[in-house]
Design a protein around this ligand. Structure first.
Ligand SMILES: NC(=O)c1ccc[n+]([C@@H]2O[C@H](COP(=O)([O-])OP(=O)(O)OC[C@H]3O[C@@H](n4cnc5c(N)ncnc54)[C@H](OP(=O)(O)O)[C@@H]3O)[C@@H](O)[C@H]2O)c1
Length: 306
């Protein structure tokens, strides 16, 4: 049986990946700090991988958070994420160079102004200033993957992933991504009997959203294919504005509330929709969770978790 190591298997995407691997009967082992493995420590990571000898790894470990968190902690974010990915490739090369590494790369690494994100234009312009620290390190994953394959034959499968949402994310609105953060704050506002609900920013930015288990399914299924150094979008080519998402979540909740927009918060890039042509070539029959169902499941999760 294959051993698959999930780096950051205790995080939002990592937990979903772990569950799916276990459901499929794979031997899945998570490595994260709370399990005694800090990816900033190359020696410790190398020892763990030497003991496990995995055939594949899915890299869901990162120092990440909301737009505001990443901006406020920019130096720590760039330092930790660069060091983590450098260590992962160095450790792989040292003890299991024939293992394949799957990397979910956030689509915040696309040029800030790209309205439709097409893979061939991924690095044709700077990342948006609001996510400079994190987005730049995501581009380095590609450079590392290409270089380690060229010199050491280490294989990688790189995916570009839009904003994920769904059950299982953190409950601190500062650390979660926008959609889950809105749901958490809406639940709190409704409990407190608020009649107005504040959106951070203008509400106008359009984003593509992927249900967490859909993203995990693509990552896991790609273990069966070949390497993919040039990343491919996990894409539906469909977006919803933050205001639309908040209105939809309030509707699912049956919560009649006025949405107000606090424009003192930065918006980030105006639009991020992912081109789906390459994805459809690879997964022609893939069905994504409809957004209303996904929001409804996410609301159920946070209701039962609170
Ligand atoms: N969530 C999204 O919307 C989204 C969208 C696109 C791409 N992605 C990408 O998917 C990956 C995972 O994102 P996520 O949202 O699942 O993040 P998350 O919930 O914050 O999980 C991060 C994971 O990394 C681990 N970790 C952090 N620092 C570590 C360290 N120094 N050593 C070992 N483990 C460490 C954490 O566990 P410990 O704290 O216990 O160490 C946790 O398990 C990231 O690369 C992210 O860019 C996410």
């Amino acid at each position: 049986m294959k051993t698959v190591v999930v780096l950051g298997g205790t995080g939002f995407i990592g937990r979903s990946v772990m569950r799916l691997l276990q459901e499929r009967g794979q031997r899945a082992v998570s490595l994260s700090r709370r399990e005694g493995c800090d990816l900033l420590d190359l020696e410790g990571l190398t020892d763990r991988l030497a003991a496990l000898r995995p055939q594949a790894l899915i890299n869901c470990a990162a120092h990440v958070g909301s737009l505001h968190y990443v901006s406020r902690n920019a130096a720590d974010v760039i330092h930790d994420n660069m060091r983590m990915i450098l260590n992962v490739y160095a450790a792989l090369r040292g003890v299991c160079p024939s293992a394949v590494l799957v990397n979910p790369i956030s689509n915040c690494s696309y040029p800030g102004e790209a309205a439709v994100q097409v893979e061939s234009e991924w690095q044709n312009g700077p990342v948006h200033d609001s996510v400079l620290a994190f987005g730049s390190t995501r581009r380095m994953i590609h450079a590392l993957a290409a270089s380690y394959q060229r010199q050491h034959g280490v294989g990688s499968v790189n995916w570009l992933v839009p904003n994920a949402y769904g059950p299982g994310d953190a409950s601190d609105p500062d650390r979660v991504h926008a959609l889950n953060g809105i749901i958490i704050r809406l639940l709190r506002a409704r409990k407190a009997g608020e009649r107005r609900f504040e959106i951070w920013g203008s509400g106008r930015p359009v984003r593509e959203w992927v249900y967490v288990d859909d993203a995990a399914r693509v990552l896991v299924e790609s273990l069966e294919g070949g390497t993919q150094i040039d990343p491919v979008n996990i894409a539906q080519k469909q977006g919803h504005s933050i205001a639309e998402i908040a209105a939809l979540a309030a509707k699912v909740l049956g919560y009649e509330v006025e949405l107000v927009f606090n424009t003192r918060y930065p918006d980030g890039a105006p639009s991020k929709i992912l081109d789906d042509r390459r994805f459809r070539e690879k997964f022609p029959h893939f069905r994504f969770m409809p957004i209303e169902d996904g929001i409804s499941r996410t609301i159920d999760y946070y209701r039962s978790a609170s």
